[in-house]
Design a protein around this ligand. Sequence first.
Ligand SMILES: NC(=O)c1ccc[n+]([C@@H]2O[C@H](COP(=O)([O-])OP(=O)(O)OC[C@H]3O[C@@H](n4cnc5c(N)ncnc54)[C@H](O)[C@@H]3O)[C@@H](O)[C@H]2O)c1
Ligand SMILES: O=C(O)C1=N[C@H](C(=O)O)CCC1
Length: 247
Amino acid sequence: MIRVSVVGAKGRMGATVVDAVKNAPDTELAKALDAGDDLTQITPENTDVVVEFTVPAASLDNVLALVNQGVNVVVGTTGWTDEKLARVKEALASHPDVSVFIAPNFAISTVLAENFAAQAAKYFESVEIVEMHHPNKVDAPSGTAIHTAHAIAAARKDAGMGPIPDNTQTDGGSRGQVVDGIHVHAVRLRGLNAHEEVLFGNPGEQLVLRADSFDRSSFMPGVLLAVRHAGENPGTVTVGLDNYLDL
Ligand SMILES: NC(=O)c1ccc[n+]([C@@H]2O[C@H](COP(=O)([O-])OP(=O)(O)OC[C@H]3O[C@@H](n4cnc5c(N)ncnc54)[C@H](O)[C@@H]3O)[C@@H](O)[C@H]2O)c1
Ligand SMILES: O=C(O)C1=N[C@H](C(=O)O)CCC1
């Protein structure tokens, strides 16, 4: 049995992970901790891997503490930047037996949509991203949309494409946030969970890639997949569930 601890266990995602870990045939719950709890309770003696779903402001410190305690970490919290990733790599250099895995999105549909978007990117002049989430979400744009924008921008750059055409002369904020040259629009609407559309355009044609997570259960197969792979690449940080899919 894989012994899994959950940090952020009282949150929407953390509580769903606790149930998934209890119900999977090959995992068992070790510790379930939330804000204010002492993370030093989690040790390699009681835990094989920690799943961390908290808030962007707390996640880096949690991951650093857990790495320093010698346990593998699977992270779903958003807000990761190159600077934060560099801090994790630095910590792993002193703990070469530990691995960290971060996924902006654990839903298979969304991971596939992002992969398809990266493939489509070089064939379309225009692209914009619309992400739509429940109104309790604290960050915008979503970590997934930022990750998708970077993947599309990298594919456009590899293909030697120039800037996306846009003759907007005045913008009162209505064109969204520009991430790596790509406009990203965030919708917060009661009734939604987590949804993303990537709109591609050429003269006379459009391609729309859309992924919908209607329920948090959509993330659990991906979380369990990452848990089962935890520790495979010790001393490294891996980003993206696509690393564990046959794409
Ligand atoms: N990767 C994915 O597939 C995926 C899916 C859904 C949500 N998310 C992300 O996961 C994060 C959590 O989302 P949520 O909807 O569960 O949020 P939430 O607000 O419901 O839960 C966050 C939990 O973290 C706890 N917390 C806050 N600070 C803490 C700390 N320092 N130590 C321990 N626990 C702490 C809070 O008390 C709360 O219980 C967000 O960043 C969200 O964007 C990622
Ligand atoms: O509900 C959330 O919050 C989600 N956050 C992630 C993001 O910001 O991309 C993944 C989807 C759900």
